[in-house]
Design a protein around this ligand. Structure first.
Ligand SMILES: [Zn+2]
Ligand SMILES: [Zn+2]
Length: 138
């Protein structure tokens, strides 16, 4: 799928800046900050300002095109939303199971940022108490 199609599919008006920003995110191996995107644009002769980059990233985030990662200390990076897999969440009381989207992406980014490790695998055991059981108890 090309970049303009992704924008159109998400009902985002195609502009040169948006196309360029999404292109940079698509072609970035690691998650990337707004400043890095901005510098990349400037280096390739794009006439753009930093607030446009921020606004565009916000719009992409709203449309679930990108994931935003909080690296702490007010630093954020962005990457294309992965087709996330699901994990099973099981109720400790009635054993009902539901699927939830993988919550590990944030952790993956933190680990990469702190240690340089790229996680290739994880196992999660999620336990909780479902709403029904919780209501019964109280
Ligand atoms: Zn339950
Ligand atoms: Zn997972």
């Amino acid at each position: 799928m090309n970049i303009e199609d992704i924008l159109r599919q998400n009902k985002i008006k195609v502009t040169k800046a948006r196309t360029r920003i999404l292109y940079i995110i698509l072609n970035s191996e690691n998650s990337i900050s707004a400043e890095q995107i901005y510098n990349n644009c400037i280096n390739s002769g794009e006439d753009i300002n930093l607030s446009t980059v921020y606004r565009t990233l916000e719009a992409f985030e709203e449309k679930h095109i990108v994931d935003k990662f909080d690296l702490g200390e007010g630093r954020y990076t962005y990457c294309l939303k992965k087709n996330s897999h699901m994990h099973i969440l099981r109720c400790s009381l009635c054993n009902r199971e539901i699927e939830v989207p993988c919550p590990m992406h944030q952790v993956e980014e933190l680990v990469k940022n702190k240690t340089g490790f790229t996680l290739t695998e994880h196992h999660l055991i999620l336990k909780g108490i479902c709403e029904e059981c919780k209501n019964k108890k109280s």
